[in-house]
Design a protein around this ligand. Sequence first.
Ligand SMILES: Nc1nc2c(ncn2[C@@H]2O[C@H](COP(=O)(O)OP(=O)(O)OP(=O)(O)O)[C@@H](O)[C@H]2O)c(=O)[nH]1
Ligand SMILES: [Mg+2]
Length: 217
Amino acid sequence: MATNRSGAAQRPNGAPQTKVCQFKLVLLGESAVGKSSLVLRFVKGQFHEYQESTIGAAFLTQTVCLDDITVKFEIWDTAGQERYHSLAPMYYRGAQAAIVVYDITNQDTFGRAKNWVKELQRQASPSIVIALAGNKSDLAAKRMVEFEEAQAYADENGLLFMETSAKTAMNVNDIFLAIANKLPKSESGGGGGGGGAGAGARRLNDGDAPRASSCCK
Ligand SMILES: Nc1nc2c(ncn2[C@@H]2O[C@H](COP(=O)(O)OP(=O)(O)OP(=O)(O)O)[C@@H](O)[C@H]2O)c(=O)[nH]1
Ligand SMILES: [Mg+2]
């Protein structure tokens, strides 16, 4: 397989081969903040007023295309109910990215989100990319968490931050895209993927099965 000047693999007809990088992403946050709704919006473009509470966790995938690579997210949507808390490490272990979600109409969920951030900072991969999502931004009339307060907290902790609405789709694709852009796509970004402890991307060539520890270049 030939490579072009930028080092990207080329097919025999000269067309550049798209790099596909695979990342494990986990959603965490209090029950009913809208984690499943954000994933449903991102993956299927849908919203359900009566979304059922998640049991255990749900797994979905979605790809986003950046300029020169395709990022495939393996998404673990965890259950926010307290009785499932002890399962969470199974899902954030080896994750390269996390979205910690709170509901802008509920101050308690913001406090819970901060606890999830602390837990990730202590126990997840040191290079994990964490995004904070203040969901239900369509309910601004009932707002209890100020944008500026959350932005300041995110800045102090090096988090991406957006207010989102799974209902109107505001900033939903954008937050995943911002994460995709921030994730390291080189070997120096960390090793391993999937269930491993590292934080690098797994690169897939077209038609390849996932390879456990090779990274995007
Ligand atoms: N208005 C509004 N409602 C939302 C939004 N996102 C989710 N909801 C509603 O909030 C409720 C809870 O949403 P879920 O997506 O099930 O919340 P969850 O965080 O996955 O909850 P668990 O699975 O129990 O952890 C549902 O009734 C949704 O329709 C939003 O952006 N705006
Ligand atoms: Mg859910």
